[in-house]
Design a protein around this ligand. Structure first.
Ligand code: ATP
Ligand code: MG
Length: 416
C-alpha cells in the first residue's frame, strides 16, 4: 500500500524541479512523475523576476504531471531566499501536577513560537529539540510524565517575509497552493543523511548554483541551518572572467575538465577556449588545464572556509562531530570531497537521495537532494489524525502564517 501522492517543488537558483511521489509500505519512496527546467528569474536562492520564474515553474510542473498522469493542486516547496537561518529558544511552563499530554506540548510550542516572533520574518519551522521536566534534560517524549515545570528547547528556522511571499505569489500564479514550506538545507539533509549520522552528529552541505547551504543534525534532529549566498555559479563566472570566455562555455569547461585539486598532468593537457563574443570555431586561446583549476580551487576553498568559519562561530564545529556530507549539483566537481576534507578537517562523503525508486541516474543525483527531501518532509508530517506516538517531537508545522498545523493534512486529502 502506498501513501497519497505528494508533490514537491524545489525552486533552485539554476533549476526548478518537481517530484510527484508516494511512500511504499517498506518506507522507500516511489517517484511517479519528475519535471525539471532551467530556473529563470532566480538569483542566489531568491526570486528576481516573477514572470520568468512562473514560466519555469509551470514547465517543470507540467512535465511532472504529464509523467505521473495526475493534476497537482498544492506543493511542498523549499525556501532558500530571505536568509533562512536558525535560532534556539528555551521556554518553560508550569504543569499544575498533571501528567504531560499533547495539549501541553502544543501550548508550550505555540508559546515558544510567539516568544520568537521576529518582525518581518516568517517562521518556517519550530522544532522541539529537547524537553526538560523540573530541569532534568534529555527527555525526547515527555508525554505521560509528572513534574512541576515543563521546559523545551525549540529550534526555530525563519526567513525574511518578502522573499518568501514573492515565491508563494509565483506558485499561486501557477494555480498551485503552498502546502508547506521547508528550509532548503533542512530538506537536503532529510534526503541524503542516514539515521545514524543524524543521531551521532553530521553537517550536510548542499553546494548549489547560487547558494551553499548548511544543516547540522544531532540527536536525530536538525539543530542548525544557514544559507550562504555563494555557489557553483560563482565558480563559473570566475572561469568565464579568468579565461575571457562566455558563461556557457565556462560552465562546460568547468564541468568537463574542472577539478578542485590539482593533479600531475594538468600542465600538459591543453584546452581550447573560444574567446567571448566569438563562435566556437572563431578566435580561441589554448590554455593548460592547470590554469582552469587554478581559477576553480581558490573559489571553492573560499566557500568551504566560509562554511568552516560559520560553523566555528556558532559552536557547531565541535558539536556536529567529524562527519560531513556534501550534496547539491556543485558537489559533483572532481576533487571537491578531498578539498572539503582538508579545509573542514572532517570525514567527508558525497550524498544523494537515499531510498528513492523511479529516479534515473541523472535525477537521482546530488542536485536532486532538496527535492527528494521535500518529499521526505511531507511523509514525516502526515495529517494530524495519522500522527502516532512515533511522531513525538514531530509537532513541527510549516509554521508560516499562511498555513497552520492541519493544513498539510487537508492538503494530502484534497490534493489529488
Ligand atoms: N559535474 C559538475 N561539476 C561541477 N559542478 C557541477 C557539475 N554539475 C553541476 N554543477 C554545478 O552545480 C550547480 C547547480 O547545482 P544545483 O542544481 O544543486 O543548484 P540549484 O539547486 O539550482 O541552486 P541553489 O540550491 O543554489 O538555489 C551549477 O553551478 C553547476 O555548475
Ligand atoms: Mg538547490
Amino acid at each position: 500500500m502506498s501513501t497519497p501522492l505528494i508533490a514537491a517543488l524545489d525552486v533552485g537558483s539554476t533549476k526548478v524541479c518537481c517530484f510527484i511521489a508516494s511512500e511504499d509500505s517498506d518506507g522507500s519512496v516511489r517517484v511517479a512523475g519528475i519535471g525539471h527546467q532551467v530556473a529563470h528569474g532566480m538569483r542566489q536562492g531568491a526570486v528576481v523576476d516573477m514572470e520568468e520564474l512562473e514560466h519555469s515553474v509551470r514547465a517543470a510542473m507540467e512535465a511532472a504531471e504529464a509523467m505521473a498522469g495526475e493534476r497537482v493542486r498544492a506543493v511542498v516547496v523549499n525556501v532558500s531566499g530571505g536568509q533562512p537561518n536558525s535560532a534556539n529558544v528555551r521556554i518553560e511552563a508550569t504543569l499544575n501536577g498533571h501528567p504531560v499530554d499533547d495539549s501541553d506540548l502544543r501550548r508550550i510550542l505555540e508559546h515558544g513560537r510567539a516568544h520568537h516572533d521576529v518582525p518581518d520574518r516568517v517562521q518556517l519551522h519550530a522544532i522541539p529539540v529537547d524537553y526538560t521536566i523540573d530541569g532534568n534534560e534529555g527527555i525526547r517524549d515527555p508525554r505521560g510524565m509528572f513534574g512541576d515545570r515543563l521546559g523545551v528547547a525549540i529550534h526555530v528556522i525563519s526567513a525574511a517575509t518578502g522573499p518568501v511571499r514573492n515565491l508563494s505569489t509565483v506558485i499561486n500564479r501557477c494555480h498551485l497552493d503552498v502546502a508547506a514550506r521547508v528550509a532548503s538545507p533542512y530538506a537536503a539533509g532529510l534526503a541524503c543523511l542516514v539515521e545514524d549520522e543524524k543521531e551521532l552528529g553530521v553537517t550536510c552541505i548542499d553546494m548549489g548554483g547560487g547558494t551553499t547551504s548548511i544543516a547540522v543534525f544531532l540527536g536525530g534532529q536538525v539543530v542548525h541551518t544557514d544559507v550562504l549566498p555563494v555557489g557553483g555559479h560563482h565558480v563559473t563566472s570566475d572561469v568565464a572572467r579568468g579565461l575571457s570566455t562566455s558563461v556557457a562555455l565556462a560552465e562546460r569547461l568547468k564541468t568537463l575538465y574542472g577539478s578542485a585539486i590539482p593533479s600531475a598532468g594538468d600542465d600538459r593537457e591543453m584546452l581550447k577556449v573560444p574567446l567571448v563574443g566569438e563562435s566556437e570555431d572563431g578566435a580561441s586561446n589554448q590554455v593548460p588545464r592547470s590554469l582552469l583549476n587554478q581559477i576553480i580551487q581558490p573559489r571553492l576553498e573560499e566557500t568551504l572556509e566560509l562554511v568552516r568559519a560559520h560553523l566555528e562561530q556558532g559552536g557547531f564545529d565541535k558539536l556536529a562531530g567529524r562527519r560531513v556530507v556534501l550534496t547539491g549539483g556543485a558537489s559533483q566537481m572532481q576533487g571537491v570531497r578531498d578539498l572539503a576534507g582538508l579545509v573542514l578537517d572532517k570525514q567527508v562523503r558525497l550524498g544523494r537521495p537515499v531510498g528513492f525508486h523511479g529516479l534515473a541516474d541523472a535525477t537521482g543525483g546530488p542536485a536532486f537532494s532538496t527535492c527528494a527531501g521535500l518529499v521526505r518532509y511531507a511523509i514525516a508530517h502526515p495529517p494530524a489524525p495519522q500522527r502516532g506516538r512515533k511522531a513525538a517531537g514531530g509537532y513541527e508545522s510549516d509554521g508560516g502564517k499562511a498555513s497552520g498545523f492541519g493544513r498539510i493534512g487537508q492538503w494530502l486529502k484534497k490534493n489529488f
